[in-house]
Design a protein around this ligand. Structure first.
Ligand code: SPD
Length: 279
């Protein structure tokens, strides 16, 4: 029987998807995890009622989070993903043949289990021997862990409420920067500058303090409130506008949204964003 699934944003904005069966619904230690069928976007993952990803539009978000960092890093042998339990980011990272090791640190085992079972088209081949999944709070992991450095670090978190709040903090950024190899690149999802202007601005300030500069970039995500989304690229060295042509060619072959022109254009700052970031 048809029913509507809604995400309500701050009590005054609502996105509704007409859907069908609820495939998975359980309360984890952190949140309510749901996967349900919808007519427009296929299967959708929601955490505490907030839409995370859908089979139909996931490519916008995951390609844009992953490829700008992967195409601009000096090396991409070791990659760390914080969050991203649905596996959409890991799938893009593992697509690069140069990648030798991907460590995915996800706080909630239930997100991984439910996604493995019900979103097989979103995630990677979970049995890929290059992929290690660790169930742990990403902020605790980077604060404690002293193992080797990573060539690329990606933060694929939820909105900065509840379990993901620490993923936008300056201490977390400092720990990440300490784990980044020379020539390494970092990218995180940094919310909608229209709906989360304060979080977006503070993220730029925090990353600039830690890395020396921060480079926000933009793209559409139809599933998210406002439909426009931001990501932020940072690195101690390197240039976000200089992707390597061999990796670009790979990313273009395997992508539906990302390409060389999108990469260049995504770093252009809309005027309202430039004003928001002006000192
Ligand atoms: N408003 C929802 C923001 C969620 C961003 N992360 C989604 C995870 C997809 N891998």
């Amino acid at each position: 029987m048809a029913r509507w699934y809604d995400e309500t944003f701050e009590g005054n904005l609502r996105l509704g998807l007409k859907g069908g069966r609820m495939l998975f619904r359980e309360q984890s230690a952190y949140q309510t995890v749901e996967i349900f069928e919808t007519e427009r976007y296929g299967r959708v993952l929601a955490l505490d009622g907030v839409f995370m990803t859908s089979e139909v539009d996931e490519f916008f978000y995951h390609e844009m989070l992953v490829h700008p960092a992967m195409t601009t890093a000096e090396r991409i042998a070791r990659v760390l993903i914080i969050g991203g339990g649905d596996g959409g980011s890991a799938r893009r990272v593992l697509g690069y043949p140069e990648v030798e090791e991907v460590l995915l640190v996800e706080i909630d085992a239930m997100v991984v289990e439910a996604s493995r079972a019900h979103l097989p088209g979103v995630g990677p081949s979970w049995d890929d021997p290059r992929l290690e999944v660790r169930i742990e709070d990403g902020t605790a992991f980077v604060a404690r862990e002293t193992g080797g450095a990573f060539d690329v670090i990606l933060v694929d978190g939820t909105d900065p409420v509840g379990p993901a709040e620490g993923l936008f903090g300056r201490d977390f950024f400092a720990h990440l920067a300490a784990r980044l190899a020379p020539g390494g690149t970092f990218a995180m999802q940094s919310e909608s500058p229209l709906l989360f202007p304060k979080v977006f601005r503070e993220t730029q300030v925090g990353l600039s303090q830690v890395f020396g500069s921060a480079h926000p970039y933009f793209g559409p995500v139809p599933l998210y409130p406002s439909g426009t989304w931001s990501y932020t690229w940072a690195s101690r060295e390197g240039d976000p506008r200089a992707p390597r042509s061999d990796r670009l060619a790979h990313a273009e072959r395997s992508s539906r949204y990302y390409n060389a022109e999108i990469h260049r254009a995504a770093f252009a700052q809309p005027t309202y964003v430039a004003r928001l970031l002006a000192p």
